[in-house]
Design a protein around this ligand. Sequence first.
Ligand SMILES: [Fe+2]
Ligand SMILES: [Fe+2]
Length: 168
Amino acid sequence: MKPDIHAMIRVNHAGEYGATRIYAGQLAVLKNRGITPLIQHMADQEKKHFEAFDALMRENRVRPTLLSPLWHIAGFALGAGSALLGKRAAMACTVAVESVIDEHYQDQLDQLEDNTPLKTLIETCHQEELEHRHTSLENDAEKMKGYKPFTTAVKAASKLAIFLSKRI
Ligand SMILES: [Fe+2]
Ligand SMILES: [Fe+2]
């Protein structure tokens, strides 16, 4: 089956947007802390991912998901909520989200032909998402109290967001 390029761009655009909102929420709560520059670095990379998908979306005349207003709020709430639980929870949130995104991007990469603009962009984003997960694991994500149920819930929410953004 031919991969649905438009659906791929739509869901990735939504996901990268959601990522910028998660980090915005975390940064709104965790101001001037030791961890802040690290989160800011990830936030800056997410902004670039989003802008790249936004450009690709315009070039290919793909319509954005109708759920953008929801991701605007849900992403921020997830980021702020995790940060309110503490630094480790903020890191655990990133581990959970990036684990889902890792699988999601790998699945797309397996379907796409090499050297297309979409595949090249996904490869770049994918590498950086893996770095985000790695950084978060190195910064005590797993020491969060309730790590397992928390990450299970965040993963489920991320999967639902992907499912919906592909379709709506
Ligand atoms: Fe990203
Ligand atoms: Fe990321």
